[in-house]
Design a protein around this ligand. Structure first.
Ligand code: ADP
Length: 183
């Protein structure tokens, strides 16, 4: 299932983001770029040590990556040429700018992708694991942020949402089928 915004296909798939054949995959990182569990751990395991070496360098130069921002490294041993590391907000009930910060993650990642000539990019569901952002709320923000960006930017051929389990995929599919979010 998918939809098209200008020239870009937005697609949904269930799977492991480390196995995606796209130019860039996005990592749900932490602000120290220190690796960890979840999708972050999976990407560093599959991509090998080169990615962490680059993350270490970014941390030394800039102190890490603030919430809502993104940084880019190469993809190490992954099929993807690049990994874009973005730091999602920790869910604190929804009144601490979580939606704005989460939307910013998608926007800043896409912006970095444009700057690096990337035409195909895959996103996991940022913040919905350890960071506790409710899946149904995060999906609305993710789809809306990506759609708005693509309306103003025609350089991508595909933006892929990679959902780790069947329930998360269904959540995205429901949003694609309904008129929500208003975009
Ligand atoms: P965060 O700290 O931003 O919440 P997590 O890695 O804990 O990040 O979880 C984010 C989402 O990524 C969750 O929905 C989780 O199910 C999913 N996830 C975990 N591993 C993978 C993977 N290998 N590929 C795609 N998604 C994954």
């Amino acid at each position: 299932m998918g939809k098209k915004v200008n020239q870009t296909h937005i697609t949904l798939t269930q799977g492991d983001i480390t196995q995606q054949h796209v130019s860039a995959i996005t990592n749900a990182a932490n602000s120290r770029l220190a690796g960890g569990g979840g999708v972050d751990g999976a990407i560093h395991r599959a991509g090998g040590p080169a990615i962490m070496t680059e993350c270490d360098q970014i941390r030394q130069e800039r102190g890490g990556c603030p919430t809502g921002q993104a940084v880019i490294t190469t993809g190490g041993d992954l099929y993807a040429d690049y990994v874009i590391h973005t730091v999602g907000p920790v869910w604190e009930g929804g009144k601490s700018s979580e939606p704005e910060l989460l939307a910013s993650c998608y926007r800043q990642s896409l912006k970095l992708a444009v700057e690096n000539g990337i035409k195909t990019i895959a996103f996991p569901s940022i913040s919905t694991g350890v960071y506790g952002y409710p899946m149904e709320k995060a999906a609305v923000v993710a789809i809306e942020a990506v759609t708005l960006f693509l309306k103003e930017n025609e350089r991508f051929s595909e933006v892929r949402f990679v959902l780790f389990n069947a329930d998360d995929l269904k959540q995205y599919q429901r949003l694609f089928l309904s008129n929500q979010p208003k975009i």
